[in-house]
Each structure stands twice: as structure tokens, then as C-alpha cells.
Design a protein around this ligand. Structure first.
Ligand code: 5RP
Length: 225
């Protein structure tokens, strides 16, 4: 699922990050519409002879990589030299991710990379994180994790609970709670609290993981961090 359409700022950020990739590199392939721009730009370079291998972070990014003939590998074979991924919100280098429910695999691949490059448009950059934090959990833990999130001061909503086909199910067969904490002033403590709830597979707070943030604008790219 690629949510949101292509825009000039997303394209600029994706292309800027894809330019960091050099011959022989292994690249973590992020999820979402901005990461898709990086995969597309990388695919064009592969078409022109660049030799890379990709490690996808989701079904969506795997399909896109195949479409662009980017050879694939896995974390069992090697580690990424670089990972390029989007974010739902960025404040002071900390990210909220998981709008595409792919944050568990994204966190594994992105943090395994020697260099983690985030690609966003300016609408994602904030002073303080306020975006609801996606929490992937085992289906059996849905109620207990929701209670734990309330105990941490959050307001959890099962993603797409009202959908005719049922709630969102991740690539790993789990459910997602979107947890509204208002303004997140202590992301480190919240990340620890969420990770400690039994049944939580992964949450979407990425604290101190990003090496660079490429913010695409209609007139170019600003690199932060
Ligand atoms: C998926 C993600 C995405 O990277 C995030 O939702 C941003 O997506 P987009 O670039 O489409 O706004 O974390 O799980």
C-alpha cells in the first residue's frame, strides 16, 4: 500500500537519498510514498548499470523493488550499508513511523544499516512529536496492550476497526493500535514503556536512530541532523 500521492518535495527527498547509494551497496528499502520515490530513483540507476542489492521493509517495498528490477537479499545474508525510509513525523531527530503498519520490519532493517537516511516532505517536520504512535501487537494482546497504553497516558484506537473487511493486519499477521499521547516530551521513556508491555511486537517511536533527514522542498532538499 503506498498511501499519499507523489509530490515534488517527496520526489526531491527520495532522489536526494538515492544519490547517496554507490556501486556494490546493500540498501534497506523503506515503505510509504516518499520511500517509494527513493526506490524508483534507485531503480532508474540500476537500469543504467548501478549494481546494488535491496532489503525490503514490507511486502509493498518488495513488490516495488521487483518492478524496478532491483535484486533482493536479506538480513540473513548481509547487513545494509544504507537504509532509506520515510516517517510520519520528525522532531529533533526522533521519528514516529508505522503509518503503513510496517514499522516492525522497518525498525529491524533501518537500525541494522550503517547509515539510516530519512526522507520526508516539510509537513512531517514538527517542534514536538504529536502524531499517534502505532503499536503492533499480537492479536491476543489487543485488550491488555490497550490497557497498558492507557496506563502510560495514551488513548489507543485499533487501526481501521470499523472497516468492513476487519482491522488492519500487518505483514506479520498482527494488529495495530494507534496511540495518541498528545505532545510527546520524553520519547525515550515512552519508547521503553511501550516496549515493555507484554504482547507488543514493536512500536513506531524511533529514538536516536536517524543519521540524516532529507527534507524535500519544491525548490530543493535540506539535510538535517
Ligand atoms: C510505513 C512508514 C512510512 O514510512 C510513513 O508512514 C511515511 O509514509 P509516507 O512517505 O507515504 O508519508 O512508516 O510504516
Amino acid at each position: 500500500m503506498t498511501r499519499g500521492g507523489s509530490t515534488a518535495p517527496k520526489r526531491a527527498a527520495g532522489e536526494s537519498a538515492a544519490e547517496l547509494v554507490t556501486d556494490g551497496m546493500v540498501v534497506g528499502l523503506g515503505t510509504g510514498s516518499t520511500a517509494a520515490e527513493a526506490i524508483r530513483a534507485l531503480g532508474e540507476r540500476v537500469d543504467n548499470g548501478l549494481a546494488v542489492r535491496g532489503i525490503p521493509t514490507s511486502f509493498q517495498s518488495r513488490e516495488l523493488a521487483r518492478e524496478y528490477d532491483i535484486p533482493l537479499t536479506s538480513l540473513d545474508e548481509t547487513t545494509p550499508d544504507i537504509a532509506i525510509d520515510g516517517a510520519d513525523q520528525v522532531a529533533d531527530g526522533t521519528l514516529v513511523k508505522g503509518g503503513g503498519a510496517a514499522h516492525a520490519r522497518e525498525k529491524i532493517v533501518d537500525t541494522a544499516a550503517d547509515r539510516f537516511v530519512v526522507v520526508v516532505d516539510p509537513s512531517k517536520v514538527a517542534e514536538t512529536l504529536t502524531h499517534p504512535v502505532p503499536v503492533e501487537m499480537l492479536p491476543d494482546a489487543r485488550s491488555t496492550v490497550a490497557a497498558g497504553v492507557r496506563g502510560l497516558g495514551g488513548d489507543p484506537t485499533l487501526r481501521d476497526a470499523e472497516r468492513k473487511d476487519g482491522p488492519v493486519v500487518t505483514d506479520n499477521g498482527n494488529l495495530v493500535l494507534d496511540c495518541d499521547f498528545g505532545g510527546i516530551t520524553e520519547p525515550d521513556a515512552l519508547a521503553t514503556g511501550l516496549a515493555c508491555l507484554p504482547g507488543v511486537v514493536e512500536h513506531g517511536l524511533f529514538v536516536d536512530c536517524a543519521d540524516e533527514i532529507h527534507v524535500g522542498h519544491s525548490d530543493g532538499v535540506r539535510v538535517e541532523r
